[in-house]
Ligand binder design. Structure first.
Ligand SMILES: Nc1ncnc2c1ncn2[C@@H]1O[C@H](COP(=O)(O)OP(=O)(O)OP(=O)(O)O)[C@@H](O)[C@H]1O
Ligand SMILES: [Zn+2]
Length: 722
């Protein structure tokens, strides 16, 4: 009988398959292999070494593994971890593995990537598409696909140009000479509290066992400096560290800061890297050359050679929640990875998630507090502006006390920040003649005017159309009016109030890449910006010493959705943006504009009594058996045909699981009934934490046959409810 092994493929619909092994080859579980499937080669990981007694396939039908990659095998802990993620989040095993191994690795023989280079020079006359491509690409390099994307032509055009020799091939080696971060390169002198905190972390790392820390320090207290000490210790031990950041725009400033402390840049992992860069970095992580990795949440799934520490920075951030594909919460996954690897994990934040606070109370996480800002900086003064008492002119959104503070700041050559979490000019456009509201044809959502682009954009599906000059419904000309403010409208008002000021709008439209973020930080540091108008993108991580005035344009926005975490998120967001003010020698002032100054969120911010706010939140959650006390799972049934989605919802509704400690709500049409052209119906399952909810849902779903046009999304511990 042949030697048999099971291989977990990175193809979600295939899962685990059985293959035979070439005689005499030594293999270990966790090794990467490629296997033949029909005419194709598929990537996978040896899952179990010898499965000869379990599998019924006849020897002659068994195909051999075609290649075993010469890379360190992933550990037993790693495979256990992938398994856990798959079963907890109810996602196919292969889909989870694919996040860690997103491409065929280079083999020993071909540790090179084909890149192409377009020389800078005058080009001969060619067909216009080719001409256009060469002009756009002058001086660029990349893979065929990357060049095609940059030039906005098809890959065939690029291939044709390669054939003519106008674009030349360049082999890039995968071996990178990485500089090693030096733990003692430029260590700061820590304050007493900071060094106590750092000592606790270092001791934990020395113990080499699983421990979760909540590094809870006010904004500007030096959390980063403290966890850098933990990284230094991990470096001394020869192990790898992973730092997760909530936003890739934050990586660039972070790289600089890291370099100043450790003498060289860490290795980066996120979606904005070129193919060649991604492959190199992946290789360095898997072989253990990369000692410190900073990345987006997907970095958690990489098969590190020797991981010794995980840090989640701004751990309360909702962007750690992945909402499509495998739905997971990276903060929780980080803790689980650390548990499987038996290492320490640090959650750093100034405004912890309720879930984390609860884990501290239960004794599962250790809390480390940094109560004061570093050096001479004090916390900013909070001013609440009761908007019901402010008589603002029509189309004006900034109240006089805020305007006055900004005026003073600009005069003193300090900087101001106006925060409004709404992209575009206005969230709603309506016809003042017939009342028609401009809506997305594919979503249950308003089209948002982006005046600078001259476009209306749907923020859910990206559908775009020109701003109409008459009402699409009643055809009346010049009857459309913008309702409510977005950042662009606030920028317009600010420009009127401060004609001399240099104003910059920062949103995901203007600050999409790490490079743009770096340019922005540079401008701020040089004092080339007086006032920033920004969305949540600007609330976290940045340290601008001359920024002294922060205005929260509409503090009530976050509470409108009214979901489970609305108050918590609103509190976190405002506290974070407030934390950008007065971070060095200059005093900071924060102005919060609200129509409801009495709500718990605003009063907690005004009084600085965070504990009381958390206490009340926890009590509400406990009474309602909401997370973290109970558990939620959302089930979303969607189809392009409304009747079909509704019918499947109805069928499932009739077979709802029942029993003690579990309650199923729905099916109900989702608040966002139509999204990207699909109609959606929702269930919300609420269960006690000891209920094996995943198993129950599996059984429930297996009771009915689901048409192929219907998609069922399972979201365990959901954050969005629309
Ligand atoms: N011991 C120290 N010596 C010198 N500079 C320090 C020290 N501690 C903190 N700083 C400086 O103070 C500023 C704030 O520190 P840091 O960014 O680490 O705070 P943080 O708690 O991570 O802030 P936030 O939560 O707002 O992002 C930084 O410029 C940092 O370099
Ligand atoms: Zn849409």
């Amino acid at each position: 009988m042949k030697r048999r092994i099971s291989v977990l493929t990175t193809n979600p619909s295939l899962g685990i398959l059985t293959y035979s092994l070439p005689e005499g080859k030594a293999v270990a579980a966790g090794q990467l292999v490629s296997i033949p499937l029909g005419p194709r080669q598929i990537l996978g990981m040896l899952w179990e070494e010898d499965v000869s007694n379990q599998i019924k396939i006849a020897d002659n039908r068994l195909r051999p593994v075609s290649k075993i990659y010469d890379l360190p095998e992933a550990s037993h802990c790693y495979r256990k971890f992938i398994q856990w993620v798959s079963s907890y989040y109810m996602a196919p095993l292969g889909a989870v593995l694919r996040m860690g191994i997103p491409f065929l690795p280079a083999t020993i023989e071909s540790r090179e990537i084909k890149n192409y280079y377009v020389p800078k020079r005058e080009w001969p006359k060619l067909t216009s598409l080719r001409q256009q491509a060469l002009e756009k690409l002058s001086g660029e390099k990349g893979s065929v696909r990357e060049l095609a994307e940059k030039a906005e032509v098809s890959p065939a055009v690029i291939r044709a140009l390669i054939k003519t020799g106008l674009i030349t091939e360049q082999k890039t080696s995968l071996e990178i000479a990485l500089s090693l971060p030096n733990p003692d390169f430029n260590a700061p002198i820590l304050s007493e509290t900071q060094s106590k905190a750092a000592e606790i972390l270092k001791e934990s790392i020395a113990k080499k066992s699983f421990e979760t820390f909540l590094l809870d320090g006010v904004t500007g207290s030096g959390k980063t400096e403290v966890y850098f000490e933990a990284i230094a210790q991990t470096l001394r031990d020869g192990k790898q560290s992973l730092i997760l950041l909530p936003e890739i725009a934050l990586t660039e400033p972070f790289l600089k800061r890291f370099q100043a402390r450790f003498g060289c840049e860490p290795v980066v992992w996120h979606s904005d890297l070129s193919q060649a860069r991604r492959r190199k970095n992946w290789q360095a992580i898997v072989t253990g050359q990369a000692k410190v990795v900073i990345g987006a949440r997907s970095a958690l799934f990489l098969p590190f050679k020797a991981i010794g520490l995980i840090i989640v920075d701004e751990a309360h951030e909702t962007s750690f929640k992945q909402e499509d594909g495998v739905c997971y919460q990276a903060r929780d996954v980080a803790v689980m990875r650390a548990k499987f690897e038996n290492i320490s994990v640090i959650l750093a934040t100034a405004t912890p998630a309720i879930e984390s606070v609860m884990q501290v109370r239960l004794g599962n996480y250790k809390e480390i507090r940094l109560a004061e800002r570093h050096g001479s900086a004090g916390l900013p003064t909070i001013h609440v502006i009761n908007m019901t008492e402010q008589a603002l002119a029509k189309g004006r959104w900034l109240a006089p006390p805020l305007v006055k503070a900004l005026t003073n700041a600009v005069e003193r050559h300090e900087q101001g920040l106006l925060f409004l979490n709404r992209r575009g000019y206005a969230p709603l456009t309506l016809c003042r003649h017939c009342g028609h509201r401009i809506k997305c044809p594919h979503c249950t959502a308003w089209m948002v005017e982006h005046r600078q682009l001259g476009q209306m954009i749907c923020h859910h599906c990206g559908f775009t159309m020109p701003v109409p000059d008459k009402c699409p419904e009643c055809q009346t000309a010049d009857s459309l009016v913008a309702c409510g403010p977005g950042v662009e409208r606030i920028a317009e008002e600010t420009a009127l109030l401060f004609p001399e000021a240099r104003i910059e709008t920062i949103t995901s439209d203007t600050l999409a890449t790490p490079k743009q973020a770096a340019e922005f930080v540079e401008k701020m540091d040089q004092g080339a910006i007086d006032i920033i108008i920004g969305t949540q993108l600007i609330t976290k991580g940045y340290h601008f010493p001359r920024l002294t005035v922060v205005g929260v344009v509409d503090a009530d926005i976050g509470l409108q959705g009214g979901d489970l975490r609305a108050s918590e998120h609103s509190f976190q967001q405002i506290a974070q943006v407030a934390g950008r003010a007065g971070r060095s020698a200059l005093d900071g002032h924060v102005f919060i504009q609200t129509y409801e100054p009495e709500t718990p969120v605003i009063s907690a911010l005004a009084s600085g009594d965070r504990e009381a706010f958390y206490q009340t939140e926890l009590e509400i959650r406990e009474i309602t058996e909401a997370p973290p006390f109970g558990r939620y799972v959302a089930l979303i049934i969607s189809s392009e045909k409304q009747e079909i989605a509704e019918a499947v919802g109805h069928q499932l509704g009739q077979r709802k699981p029942e029993g003690d400690g579990i309650e199923v709500f729905g099916p109900a049409p989702a608040p966002l009934l139509q999204l990207r052209g699909r109609y959606r119906y929702r269930f919300l399952i609420q269960a006690k934490r000891n209920i094996p909810i995943q198993r129950i849902i599996h059984q429930w779903l297996s009771k009915i046959s689901i048409p192929s046009s219907v998609r069922i999304t399972i979201d365990v511990d959901p954050y969005s409810f629309f």
